[in-house]
Design a protein around this ligand. Structure first.
Ligand SMILES: Cc1cc2nc3c(=O)[nH]c(=O)nc-3n(C[C@H](O)[C@H](O)[C@H](O)COP(=O)(O)OP(=O)(O)OC[C@H]3O[C@@H](n4cnc5c(N)ncnc54)[C@H](O)[C@@H]3O)c2cc1C
Ligand code: SF4
Length: 469
């Protein structure tokens, strides 16, 4: 612990964003990178607790107090080495993680927690800037070939670990480009795709083979895959969306969030979308149904596309601003979160149930809603809309294709069931990420990918040096 009075002298510096009037006109990242001097001061707030609950709160077990101390002392290179030991993609988690660690920070009990998320981002961006992150292919190869199906954070983390262990890793992806939700789900204003490409370039130079536009189960049959590879890790995500099957659902202008966001991301990357397929918010009255993070991404995207107005509605009641007894420290609490997208405009409403959609000439024009707390006729109201986005979450992975062909076992929620070593009921076939855990977070996908890699290496070699975490 560098400065034993650091937390008494220095206040938490809140994250800084580009001004709304500027950022709303483009798709560049909204978050500003903090300077190194400020990070050193902020890292000095870490109390280096005897029992670091932040470390417990982080799904990949980042060595948070240790690297905070090194940052405080200006030893950035060493801080990076420690961060790199547990996290394959800190430049992604440092931008997008909801910072589970900060909710478990001991300082957070009666003060503001340490800015761990930003410290993490500063460490990794320092390392990129200083040329510390270079391709390091493994010195020896084992001769074993492993297929990873799906190139989201779970597949990429698993591939990175197994490649470092000397195996030849091939990542198959059905989309045109690599990255899963990082590429097509998450908007550029949260994660510019150059950040992802910078990492992918390194992984390629380290020897991982990426095969895009390869729909495993369709273009590449499972039986052949099992013969061609010594082990397989399925990491195809969880993308079956929850629908809202009410009157008027068939009207034009009602879309699933991911269909909208995937298209918006493709357009930002320069891809042209056929006019009859275009989902565009320009000059439209937009209603986003679903109050979560995906909904917030739709709000930010709609504003950038020039929506006339945006309303986001949520069925559940507004969560509290502070912890309640149901979520005592150090648990990750259910709180009302204001995303950067919410600062950019629009209206948010909670406890609203959508009864039906109505329209004209086959196009959606209105939602009939009611307050959930008091379902009386006088509490019913209408919202005008010519674009409705359904952001109601995801049910489970796609069952048709791979899952059915392999006759994999499912858990009660429809996700892939494995044993404790991430192996499905089929010998040599493993599963990780949202497909296994259910729709979750990037940091959990990385954690799952790393764990699956540990067990795959053990399965192939009889033992492993890869960490379990
Ligand atoms: C809009 C949105 C915003 C989000 N924002 C955040 C955030 O800010 N922070 C956060 O922590 N989490 C966020 N998440 C959640 C996070 O993106 C996911 O938890 C994470 O990407 C899951 O990783 P994964 O590797 O398991 O799956 P995915 O990222 O979904 O990747 C699975 C990949 O498998 C491919 N695939 C599927 N089937 C096949 C097949 N048969 N053959 C070949 N390839 C196949 C898919 O095309 C896809 O590329 C967000 C999710 C969404 C939808
Ligand atoms: S990955 Fe997330 S939980 Fe872990 S240290 Fe970074 S911000 Fe915290």
């Amino acid at each position: 612990m560098g400065d034993i009075r650091g937390f008494l002298k220095v206040k938490r510096q809140a994250e800084k964003y580009r001004p709304v009037c500027e950022r709303i006109k483009d798709y560049q990242e909204v978050m500003l990178l903090r300077n190194d001097k400020d990070s050193e001061e902020q890292a000095g707030r870490c109390m280096d607790c005897g029992t670091p609950f932040c470390h417990w709160g982080c799904p990949i077990g980042n060595y948070i107090p240790e690297w905070n101390d090194l940052v405080f002392r200006g030893q950035w290179q060493k801080a990076f080495q420690l961060l790199d030991a547990t996290n394959n993609f800190p430049e992604i988690t440092g931008r997008l993680c909801p910072a589970l660690c900060e909710y478990a920070c001991v300082l957070g009990i009666n003060d503001d927690p340490v800015t761990t998320l930003e410290n993490e981002l500063n460490i990794v961006e320092y390392a990129f800037g200083a040329g510390l992150i270079k391709p390091q292919p493994p010195k020896k190869r084992t001769g074993k070939e492993i297929a990873i199906i799906g190139s989201g954070p779970a597949g990429l983390a698993c591939a990175d670990q197994l490649n470092q262990a000397g195996h030849l890793v091939v990542v198959f992806e059905k989309d045109e480009q690599i990255g899963g939700m990082l590429r097509y789900g998450i908007p550029d204003f949260k994660l510019q795709k150059q950040i992802l490409d910078r990492r992918l370039e390194i992984l390629k130079k380290e020897g991982i083979v990426f095969v895009s536009e390869m729909f495993v189960g369709v273009d590449y049959k499972v039986e052949k895959l099992s013969k061609d590879f010594a082990a397989i890790c399925l990491a195809t995500g969880s993308r079956v969306p929850r629908d809202l099957k009410i009157e008027g659902r068939e009207l034009k202008g009602i879309h699933f969030a991911l269909d909208y966001l995937i298209q918006a991301n493709k357009r930002v990357s320069g891809e042209k979308i056929a006019v009859d397929k275009l989902i565009d918010a320009k000059d439209k009255k937009v209603v986003v149904i679903g109050g979560g993070d995906t909904g917030a991404d739709c709000v930010g995207t709609a504003h950038r596309q020039g929506a006339k107005c945006v309303v986001q509605i949520e069925l559940l009641a507004k969560p509290p601003e502070c912890r309640t007894p149901d979520y005592p420290w150090p648990k990750y609490p259910l709180l009302c979160k204001t995303a950067a997208s919410h600062e950019e405009g629009g209206i948010r409403e909670w406890s609203v149930s959508t009864k039906k959609f109505s329209g004209r000439n086959g196009e959606v024009k209105k939602l009939l809603c009611s307050r959930v707390t008091q379902e009386r006729a006088d509490r019913e109201f209408e919202i005008e809309a010519d674009l409705v986005i359904l952001a109601l979450g995801f049910l489970h992975p796609e069952h048709n294709g791979l899952v059915k062909d392999l006759d994999l076992e499912l858990d009660t929620k429809g996700n892939i069931k494995t044993d404790d070593s991430y192996m499905t009921k089929v010998l040599g076939i493993f599963s990780a990420g949202d497909m296994h855990r259910g729709q979750s977070l990037i940091v959990w996908a990385i954690s799952e990918g790393r764990k699956a890699a540990h067990y795959i290496d053990k399965y192939l070699m009889g033992g492993t040096y890869l960490p379990k975490m």
